[in-house]
Design a protein around this ligand. Structure first.
Ligand code: FE
Length: 348
């Protein structure tokens, strides 16, 4: 990229953030922090506002899809205005880490709040919420024992009855990456092939669209993150609650000798060239604090990172479940292979 287009891109970033882009010295003590965020949830604004109330530090957010954020930061290099990157999915954190966009941070508060499995070995990123990827099924048409395992979605029982979103979606890449880690590539391919053969329609839409398709009778089962179901169930719109009424959730693979439910994270890391590192670390610590954890649970129905945070009634109502023991780093490590497998079996 030319110097000019690079400067233009940086100027655009500054404008989007409403940041001054003043000389660095003047910003050292600035009472703000710039967040590049690939998360798309209203709960985050509530958390940032709570942070501002308790610290006086303003949170300026540049929202964009993960690919764009990574590309933008590559272009900006050490001139970046980003202090903290926030994203859903371990696969995205892994890509940011691989691109050299994050720096090592560790503090006693972070170490105490975040369980070992949910923080990067090198401390380049820290998880702040958990989400289970589960099976949603049509009440009545499907029995709980039919969906006791993700393996079931590949069985002839569900021929023409599976709705799915695109395999290029990071949630699906990480889900298959976890299977590659547990069972190897051949078994993962066989499973993806089986699910592909069972699809009711071409992959399309997001998780919510799969739930609506079940309620509309287009398919009997789909894979979704748990909070999308709760969003429908708790909606003020009766039509959305009616969708949830027709659906039940199964935490798959809970039996003895089974893997446990696939759980992914959202996480954040301080950028390699953060100009307001101290503010970024304070915000990172706030994201894992009890106050923020309760907001993420209440407003976005995500699971807290620590069992010490009480669950909301809605999360409690989902029931307890056992998580898979796959290292979070494996979700990133296998994602290229996961993409290749999906392509090979024709799950677009
Ligand atoms: Fe989501």
């Amino acid at each position: 990229m030319s110097g000019l287009s690079r400067r233009l891109l940086i100027a655009a970033a500054c404008a989007a953030l409403a940041a001054s882009c003043a000389p660095q010295a003047a910003e050292e003590s600035a009472a703000f922090v710039n967040v590049y965020s690939a998360r798309h949830y209203d709960a985050d604004r509530a958390v940032y506002d709570a942070f501002t109330r308790s610290t006086g530090i303003e949170v300026r957010v540049l929202p964009a899809p993960p690919d764009q954020l990574i590309e933008r930061m590559r272009v900006e290099g050490d001139q970046t205005e980003a202090d903290l990157i926030v994203t859903a999915d371990a696969g995205n954190l892994w890509r940011m880490q691989e691109a050299g966009l994050l720096q090592r941070v560790t503090t006693p508060a972070l170490e105490a709040a975040v369980p070992d499995r949910l923080k990067d070995d090198q401390r380049l990123w820290w998880a702040f919420t958990r989400r289970a990827r589960v099976i949603a099924y049509a009440k009545g048409a499907v029995l709980p024992q039919d969906v006791a395992s993700f393996d079931a979605l590949a069985l002839p029982r569900f021929r023409g009855q599976v709705c799915a979103r695109s395999s290029t979606n990071m949630y699906n890449l990480s889900m298959l990456a976890s299977r590659i880690e547990r069972q190897g590539a051949d078994a993962a391919r066989a499973w993806a092939q089986g699910v592909r053969a069972n699809l009711a329609r071409d992959p399309q839409g997001g998780d919510m669209d799969q739930l609506r398709a079940i309620a509309a009778g287009e398919c009997q089962v789909a894979i979704t993150n748990h909070y999308y179901y709760l969003r429908l169930a708790q909606s003020e719109d009766p039509a959305e609650r009616a969708v949830a009424d027709r659906i039940a959730l199964a935490f798959p693979d809970q039996g003895e000798g089974q893997a446990g439910a696939h759980v992914n994270i959202s996480g954040a890391g301080v950028t390699a060239h953060a100009q307001r590192r101290d503010n970024a670390v304070r915000l990172l610590e706030f994201l894992v604090s009890p106050e923020a954890q309760e907001i993420f649970a209440a407003d976005n129905s995500e699971f807290p990172i620590s069992d010490a945070t009480p669950l909301t009634p809605a999360l409690q109502a989902l029931g307890t479940f056992r998580e898979e023991a796959v290292p979070i780093s494996a979700l990133g490590r296998h994602q290229v292979e996961a993409a290749r497998i999906y392509e090979e079996v024709g799950w677009r």
